[in-house]
Design a protein around this ligand. Structure first.
Ligand SMILES: NC(=O)c1ccc[n+]([C@@H]2O[C@H](COP(=O)([O-])OP(=O)(O)OC[C@H]3O[C@@H](n4cnc5c(N)ncnc54)[C@H](O)[C@@H]3O)[C@@H](O)[C@H]2O)c1
Length: 371
């Protein structure tokens, strides 16, 4: 099979979907690997390193899209890429369809087979291709949040760890999944007082067993959220309902109960965000202020730290890329229930219930759409 890797062109996106060793694995399995020239540079990989593994360097994105049966990317195709998608082509990447109707419509019209990293799920509901980037994003959330607490950026001017004689800052984490845990660990490591809110009691019980003493678990409901955000310095939005738009847990009115200079980091922005006042920002212009509250809502946070993120992502994606290339998408989907969960759109039909519900499109179960 011809596997194509276009260069990522979303603003400040430096990750690449395949590293040279991964290209080597695909070539050894008998596949043709087409890398757009310069695709790996942002993550530290030269064209020559891919060529040494047997991959072909292709001069333009148009040629990669035109030649490949399977396109592997990191972020959803941006508008200028939509006309390049061919009917029947398999596109394997993060899509986050539920947060973007135009993107969803474009992929319905394309006739492509769209398999979304973020909804590939294991029988225990783990999301193996979201997890590595959630680990990275959770950690970045605290690193960035600590920075934007600086007075220069409109923050409260609080040092999260405090110093002897001065109390630490308070970090409130909404959602105790992968992003939440990694944010909490980083914040706890800095010495902050950390609160995690989640709706799963089972999850809260587990976290209270494994988290350090400066992390407390609180059940997530409207009353508790309002109580906690009123005294927070940094609030991390880390909730997820897989495939669906994120629930809005903090509305515009609630900003009034917060202290001026509180920082919100809405990691869930790729699913629409869990603060009503969030809108997606970029690494170039990551923050804006509403009612004195600093908002950070970069939709591709790991893209800014590509050396770590590309390796973490491709460690997890390569086995699925190999399955798709070795078996073809029909057999690969049928033989892997995890991958089947990733099928969002095929030949113009929406096969993910939450994506269909988000925009009122007709839903067809994925299994029924394969030959
Ligand atoms: N911005 C970025 O660059 C970036 C990077 C990685 C992940 N993400 C996003 O971060 C979000 C979280 O991802 P994750 O991997 O941690 O998901 P996860 O499924 O591991 O965790 C989500 C948690 O949210 C909890 N939750 C759901 N509703 C809640 C509510 N009302 N109150 C409190 N908790 C609630 C769930 O019980 C679960 O524990 C997703 O939207 C994901 O796409 C964004």
């Amino acid at each position: 099979m011809k596997v194509g890797i276009p260069k990522e062109i979303k603003t400040n996106e430096y990750r690449v979907a395949l590293v040279p060793s991964g290209a080597g694995t695909l070539v050894a399995a008998g596949h043709v690997v087409l890398i757009e020239t310069g695709a790996g540079l942002g993550s530290g990989f030269t064209d020559a390193q891919y060529e040494a593994m047997g991959a072909y360097i292709v001069p333009s994105a148009e040629e990669v899209w035109n030649l490949a049966d399977l396109i592997v990317k990191v972020k959803e195709p941006v508008k200028s890429e939509w006309p390049l998608i061919r009917p029947g082509q398999v596109v394997f990447t993060y899509f986050h369809f539920a947060s973007n109707v135009a993107l969803t419509r474009a992929h319905i019209s394309s006739g492509a087979v769209c398999i979304a990293y973020e909804t590939v799920s294991l029988p225990n509901h783990e999301l193996p291709l979201l997890t590595p980037m959630s680990e990275v994003a959770g950690r970045i959330a605290v690193q960035e949040g600590a920075k934007y607490l600086g007075k220069l950026y409109g923050g409260r001017g609080v040092l999260l760890g405090g110093v002897p004689g001065v109390p630490p800052g308070k970090v409130v984490v909404l959602g105790g999944g992968t992003v939440g845990v990694h944010a909490a660990k980083m914040a706890a490591g800095l010495g902050a007082q950390v609160i995690i809110l989640d709706i799963s009691l089972e999850r809260l019980r587990y976290l209270s067993d494994v988290m350090p003493a400066n992390v407390q678990m609180v059940f997530s409901n409207r009353h508790n959220i309002l109580e906690q955000i009123a005294t927070a310095d940094l609030i991390v939005g880390a909730v997820l309902i897989p495939g669906a738009l994120a629930p809005k847990l903090v509305n515009k009115e609630d900003l009034k109960v917060m202290r001026t200079g509180t920082v919100l980091v809405d990691v869930a922005i790729d699913q629409g965000g869990c603060f009503a006042t969030s809108h997606a920002t970029t690494h170039e212009q990551p923050t804006y202020i509403v009612d004195g509250v600093v908002h950070y809502a970069v939709a591709n946070m790991p893209g800014g730290l590509p050396m770590t993120s590309t390796l973490a992502l491709t460690n997890a994606t390569l086995p699925y890329v190999l399955q798709l290339a070795n078996l073809g998408y029909q057999k690969a989907l049928k033989s892997s229930p995890a991958l089947m969960q990733g099928l969002n759109i095929i030949h113009g039909i929406v096969t993910h219930q939450k994506v269909a519900e988000a925009f009122g499109f007709a839903y067809h179960p994925a299994e029924a759409c394969l030959d």
